[in-house]
Design a protein around this ligand. Structure first.
Ligand code: HEM
Length: 131
């Protein structure tokens, strides 16, 4: 059925896909998210998404979401941005973040799609140094 199909799509995706509720608490992650950030998939659920980012984003992220809910001003939704993520070992990496929103059970939720840019950045740097 449809649910099975959706499950297969999420599980085979190369990019990390994370959904959060309107408070920033994680509701689902796919296996690529677990691989990228270095945590078991179950251990994301219910945690604030800000545990996946370094300062100053970490302290500011609840405010970013609140600001969007209060003003409707979109800084990333529908636009995307290159930001910095933080893995379980504390190391940081460049990533492209795309965010979209959806409503479920009368509440706002968000989907984040994360593309790891570290390999691309390393290649660009190597090319620059070779010139
Ligand atoms: C907004 C950083 C992950 C949902 C933002 C903003 C930044 C940011 C810089 C915009 C602040 C502004 O200019 O006002 C990050 C970083 C992440 C991350 C570094 C690294 C893991 C996520 C994920 C989701 C998400 C995975 C959703 C599942 C949102 C929402 C907003 C937001 C809903 C407010 C709407 C908007 O500004 O358009 N985030 N974010 N973020 N982020 Fe994140």
């Amino acid at each position: 059925g449809q649910a099975h199909k959706l499950q297969a799509i999420l599980e085979s995706a190369l990019d990390a896909i994370i959904t959060i509720d309107d408070q920033g608490l994680i509701t689902t992650v796919n296996p690529a998210a677990a691989r990228l950030f270095g945590y078991a998939a179950e251990s994301f659920i219910g945690r604030n998404v800000h545990f996946l980012m370094p300062e100053p984003y970490h302290s500011a992220h609840d405010g970013y979401i609140a600001n969007y809910r209060n003003t409707g001003a979109r800084k990333i939704i529908g636009i995307g941005r290159e930001v910095t993520g933080r893995r379980s070992d504390g190391s940081t990496f460049p990533m492209h973040l795309a965010v979209s929103e959806f409503e479920m059970d009368g509440r706002l939720h968000f989907t984040g799609i994360i593309h790891d840019l570290s390999a691309q950045k390393a290649t660009e740097q190597a090319l620059r140094q070779a010139q």
